[in-house]
Ligand binder design. Structure first.
Ligand code: SAM
Ligand code: SF4
Length: 323
């Protein structure tokens, strides 16, 4: 069993399979073109899998593939199948912007994927295009439909931004309710790579918008999930991910692995240790030692509550770590 330095059980591994993306969301990526990590620096699926097996053997029972845009990585379905075949009952999920789902959802499901989180920040084509800096909405909506059609469990992620999509919180809630899928509103997490003019909405402000039309009831956090759940009057459940709150990190159960092999104990901080050499040379004991070291040093909590009005904001690149 994996226990961190603060006594928290870690059973959830998030694996970012690429930092590359076909969108340029303003809250995630710099506007200017920048250079990607050269492909030869990425771990192969076989190398990533060597680490994943260690983590599963140590008690990880939930794995989420993310990115960048994970569906840009060729043969992702084969990677999913590798993990699924090793431990068929693992909770295997993917976070995607949805753009490539119309063509891939069927293969992902067949490979053993169980659940999908799809980002949907707006239902207006021009607003979606402004956020992603590309005309994306039609294809994303098709992707959501396709995922539901092939029988994948879907959740929607929305990042409300003041003056951009804050008038669509109810629209996205109603869109999801109409399809019987859960939406989670995610507080914008300030970071050095995002457009500096952006202002996120606080969880309280998001709830205020919903309360204008619905009576809401707080359910609480579900186990170690970062999502605080609520219901509206007819029982429909939605979530709020509010990293600016202090109780957010209390039950943190996750660590993150990037495509280059950096093992990251906390999303906020830059600290990481590389398992790349260990898995490339097949030194499994060394990789397990690095995992133990990372867990020992996992920070107690993030610092987003302090970073809103602070120059010293997180250097975290969400496109690299996968959010
Ligand atoms: N490309 C995929 C996608 O967009 O779903 C997966 C990677 S993306 C980094 C994972 C999640 O992080 C998305 O739901 C995205 O909205 C969220 N995200 C990215 N930057 C964020 C930020 N600065 N604050 C809050 N959420 C962010
Ligand atoms: Fe790409 Fe996802 Fe970042 Fe948007 S949030 S730029 S889709 S990685």
């Amino acid at each position: 069993m994996l226990i961190d330095g603060h006594g928290r059980r870690v059973n959830y591994l998030r694996v970012s399979v690429t930092e590359r993306c076909n969108f340029r969301c303003q809250y995630c990526m710099p506007e200017k073109p920048f250079s990607w990590v050269p492909k030869e620096n990425l771990l192969t699926f076989e190398e990533l899998f060597k680490f994943i097996k260690i983590a599963i053997d140590e008690g990880v029972n939930k794995i989420r593939l993310t990115g960048g845009e994970p569906l840009l990585r060729e043969d992702l379905d084969l990677f999913i199948k590798m993990i699924h075949d090793y431990k068929p009952d693992i909770d295997l999920a993917l976070t995607t912007n949805g753009y490539l789902l119309p063509a891939t959802a069927g293969r992902l499901k067949e490979a053993g994927l169980k659940r999908l989180n799809i980002s949907l920040d707006s239902l207006k084509p021009d607003v979606a295009a402004k956020i992603a800096q590309k005309d994306v909405l039609e294809q994303v909506l098709k992707g959501i439909d396709k995922a539901l059609e092939v029988g994948l469990k879907v959740k929607i992620n929305m990042v409300p931004l003041s003056g951009i999509n804050d008038d669509e919180i109810l629209d996205v809630l109603h869109y999801c309710k109409g399809r019987d899928i859960k939406v989670r509103f995610i507080e914008y997490m300030e970071n050095r790579h995002a457009n500096i003019a952006l202002r996120g909405m606080h969880g309280k402000e998001i709830l205020e918008k919903i309360k204008q039309v619905h009576t809401i009831k707080a359910l609480g956090r579900e186990g170690a999930s970062p999502s605080f759940n609520y219901t509206i009057e007819d029982g429909y459940e939605f979530g709020l991910i509010d990293p600016h709150k202090h109780d957010f990190c209390e039950n943190c159960n996750r660590i993150r692995l990037t495509a280059e092999g950096n093992l990251i104990p906390c999303l906020y901080f830059d600290e990481a240790m590389s398992i790349a050499e260990a898995v490339k040379s097949g030194n499994i004991d060394e990789a397990a030692k690095i995992l133990a070291e990372v867990l020992k040093n996992k920070p107690k909590e993030n610092r987003w509550s302090e970073s809103q009005d602070n120059e010293d904001i997180s250097a975290r690149a969400f496109y690299e770590t996968g959010g």
